[in-house]
Design a protein around this ligand. Structure first.
Ligand code: HGY
Ligand code: MN
Ligand code: MN
Length: 412
């Protein structure tokens, strides 16, 4: 099938989407249910309606845009990603899969393709953990991994309750209706930027993902003792920042201790109180991200971090419970999806490599619902979660073409 992707239109739409941001260009900040996020959601829904797709939103704000097939009662073939963006990040992470997914459906429509199974484009709520500390809220709930009770118990960094934020975000309806039954979809394919250097290093335009790494997030509030930086002498201090700093170094040490290149550990969030130069830090809030493509190794690293915290807190006389926010298993991509993507790449005469995704994605949870796979396009310099994140219009166009042909094969 000959499809033509409208690269100019897609680039213009990605440029417009990037303007809905709480950070000055080229950075993008777009956090769940902020005004910018709502603008992006509204913009996406307009584009889908203009493309003749039927659009609906569930109680958690997941948006579904449907290209009806000739047999609409059959489980649909889905694609999609996210448009929320962590603070001061880039304009392609997630957005390529949402607007590129839309462009794939438009290209199939204009090629006169009529799917037997309906095609459904999904914009997932809060793939990033920024607001509530937990990533993939939409897909995690759709897959039944996150319960409505757990959702209702969440509070953001300003103490705003989840339900308050949800209704302010224009969502209504019971959270119990978000969960989808297994087999609700025939297949799910997500187009995403690689966010790493491998495709660029290999000089390849395409990656077909075989597995998605296992992420875990830990959170800790360290309670020490504050005091005057001058008058409080060193012996017996209970400095929360220093305890947290030792823990952050222990995270790095634990990740390196496995000797496996696939083990990563990051202390990405570290806030101290009161934050005055002449006041001893009495409290520190820390969030730790640990991943590996092997579950046992990941959990071994988490165990080492817990043991390190027990020793540090005891020795320094500080307290705090190390809470696990999520510890998800890795996902293996379904052979049917991997082969559909490979067939598409071959039909387009595009070389590719099979690879692992070290970033997590909504596909990690859609894999609990149906056969799932991912298509990667290169990231310039392997950079992501930074304002200089970049994929060229040509690379995006090729990813959309492969996605469109993959969807066509799966929906036929
Ligand atoms: O952190 C991740 O892997 C994703 O970008 N949320
Ligand atoms: Mn991201
Ligand atoms: Mn992403």
């Amino acid at each position: 099938m000959n499809i033509s992707v409208n690269q100019e239109r897609l680039s213009a739409e990605l440029d417009t989407l990037a303007t809905f941001s709480d950070a000055p260009a080229p950075a993008v900040t777009r956090v769940l249910w902020t005004a910018r996020d709502l603008e992006a959601r509204a913009y996406f829904q307009i584009l889908c309606s203009e493309a003749g797709l039927s659009v609906r939103q569930d109680a958690l704000g997941n948006i579904f845009a449907r290209f009806e097939g000739t047999e609409p009662h059959l489980p649909a073939v889905a694609t999609g990603s996210h448009t929320d963006a962590i603070p001061h990040s880039g304009r392609f992470d997630g957005c390529v899969g949402v607007l590129g997914g839309l462009e794939a459906l438009r290209a199939l429509k204009s090629a006169g393709f009529v799917p037997r199974r309906s095609l459904e484009l999904i914009m997932f709520t809060s793939e990033e953990p920024t607001r509530f500390g937990l990533g993939c809220l939409g897909s995690r709930t759709m897959a039944g991994v996150l319960s409505p009770e757990k959702l209702r118990g969440l509070k953001d960094g300003d103490g705003i309750a989840f339900e308050t934020a949800r209704s302010a975000g224009g969502c209504s309806g019971e959270l119990e209706t978000v969960r989808l039954p297994e087999g609700c979809y025939h297949a799910f394919v997500e187009l995403h930027i690689e966010q790493g250097p491998l495709l660029e290093k290999a000089g390849l335009p395409l990656g077909v993902v075989a597995a998605i790494a296992a992420p875990a997030t830990l959170r800790l509030t360290i309670e020490g003792e504050g005091g005057h930086a001058g008058a409080r002498l060193m012996p017996g201090r209970r400095d929360a920042l220093l305890a947290g700093s030792e823990l952050a170094l222990a995270v790095e040490k634990a990740a390196l201790s496995t000797g496996a290149i696939d083990t990563v550990g990051t202390t990405g969030f570290f806030q101290i109180h009161p934050g005055a130069v002449n006041s001893i830090p009495s409290r520190a809030q820390i969030e730790i991200d640990v991943r590996d493509i092997e579950l046992e190794r990941r959990d071994e690293v988490v165990g080492q971090i817990r043991a390190a915290w027990d020793e540090i807190s005891e020795r320094r006389g500080v307290s705090g419970a190390l809470e696990t926010l999520n510890a998800d298993p890795p996902a293996t991509c379904a052979e049917s999806i991997v082969s559909a993507s490979q067939n598409a790449a071959k039909a387009l005469d595009l070389p590719f490599q099979k690879m692992v995704s070290r970033a997590y994605h909504d596909a990690l949870f859609m894999a609990r619902l149906c056969p799932t796979g991912m298509i990667f396009i290169p990231s310039k310099g392997g950079i992501s979660h930074r304002p200089d994140e970049y994929s060229s219009p040509e690379e995006i166009k090729r990813g959309v073409e492969v996605l469109a042909l993959s969807l066509a094969e799966l929906a036929a």
